[in-house]
Design a protein around this ligand. Structure first.
Ligand code: F6R
Length: 369
């Protein structure tokens, strides 16, 4: 069943190009318009939505954080992202104009299910973005948008994360289409770019051996930091989560802009720090700001492990290791940048002799609150 791979996780990392392609398949008509047949929420209701709240846990919540940047940018609807267990036990402001998007691989996570129930009791429409057909969360939601990642067996989520981002982006583009926020040709172009991501994810996987070799050389690390900005920030948090889960190493993801507000105090000689570098072609100054961050931490002794776009020569002087990823639009970069972090965590755990498919204390689906 592992198809010749060392572990299910390794197989599922290799499944990722397919997961992205399958999640996009069949979601446009002959004119290139997005059609979401499985969405049973009235179009008029979707047009009147004035707030979106994404509820999820763990990796699925990080997919939600990534999606927030894209959906707000495309649709100009405020998007909040909240851990399902926090949402449920405060007094969230939701009403009939709120669209709650519940993201879950298993469709059985009890924390997320309880939040879904709570949101519906308050009159919100709930749309589930779920990987497992016929699971409980879609059954209890108003609508479902399935991710088509195929079964995910390894406890640590990989291909589901890429599929969740892809599906949430399709949803964002659909809302933009419905509400007239974007011209049809802009939506078609973004979809084409999204379709092209499968090929680019494959390229990142093919470059995995260098990541593995680096991981093997770091098996004695006792803490690893991850920095990112904009959509790279949730990627940093996801990279840290993978390392905690699989290699039992204390890891933390930070927004790069927070460094000087505290975390830079953690940097001392030899401290490994991953940095996700935004595209140098973005229209803002994100790229140069993050390059300055790399420079600052390196000057304080950090060992910098940089994820950067092909051809980004600005990072070379400050990077101890560079993991190159293909060029992509800023919003789509997470689908590429997370892959070396997954491979790194898996390879480091393997080098420590740990079971990457079954990390200690964890279950694939958390069906208790
Ligand atoms: C991380 C991981 C967990 C899950 C979380 C939500 O690798 O697997 O953090 O992402 O428990 O699970 P689902 O998506 O099934 O609701």
């Amino acid at each position: 069943e592992k198809g010749g791979f060392e572990s299910f996780m390794d197989k599922e990392i290799h499944d990722q190009p397919q997961a992205v392609a399958d999640t996009l398949r069949g979601r446009t008509d002959a004119d290139g318009r997005i059609v979401l047949d499985d969405l049973r929420i009235d179009e008029a209701v979707l047009r009147s939505v004035d707030k979106i709240i994404v509820i999820a846990c763990g990796t699925a919540a990080y997919a939600g954080h990534v999606a927030k940047y894209a959906i707000e940018h495309w649709c100009r609807i405020p998007v909040e992202v909240e851990l399902a267990h926090e949402f449920r036990y405060r007094d969230p402001i939701v009403d009939a104009q709120t669209l709650v998007v519940a993201i879950s691989q298993s469709g059985e996570t009890m924390d997320t299910l309880m939040a879904v129930r709570h949101a519906r009791e308050q009159g919100a429409k709930v749309l589930a973005v779920v990987n497992t057909n016929g699971s409980t969360i879609p059954r209890e939601s108003d609508a479902v948008l399935y991710t088509h990642a195929g079964p995910e067996i390894a406890v640590a989520s990989t291909k589901a994360f890429l599929a969740q981002i892809t599906a949430a982006y399709v949803l964002g583009l659909y809302l933009a289409q419905l509400r007239g926020n974007k011209f049809p040709d802009e939506i078609a172009t973004t979809l084409d770019e999204l379709r092209d991501m499968a090929r680019k994810v494959q390229t990142v996987i093919e470059r995995g051996e260098y990541v593995r070799a680096t991981a093997r050389s770091m098996k004695d690390a006792d803490k690893v930091l991850f920095l990112g900005r904009h959509v790279g920030y949730p990627v940093a948090m996801e990279g840290a989560l993978k390392l905690k889960e699989l290699a039992y190493i204390h890891a933390e993801g930070f927004a790069a802009g927070e460094l000087k507000h505290g975390p830079i105090a953690l940097i001392d000689d030899g401290q490994p720090v991953f940095v996700v570098v935004p595209s140098p072609r973005g229209r803002d100054q994100l790229h140069s700001k993050v390059v300055s961050n790399i420079q600052e931490i390196r000057a304080r002794g950090a060992r910098t492990l940089v994820i950067a776009e092909d051809g980004d020569d600005d990072v070379r002087p400050y990077a101890d290791e560079i993991f190159w990823i293909p060029k992509a639009p800023t919003l789509l970069q997470p689908l590429l940048a997370v892959v070396p972090l997954q491979i790194f965590a898996m390879a480091l755990a393997t080098a420590k002799g740990l079971d990457v498919d079954q990390p200690r204390n964890l279950a694939k689906s958390v069906t208790v609150e």
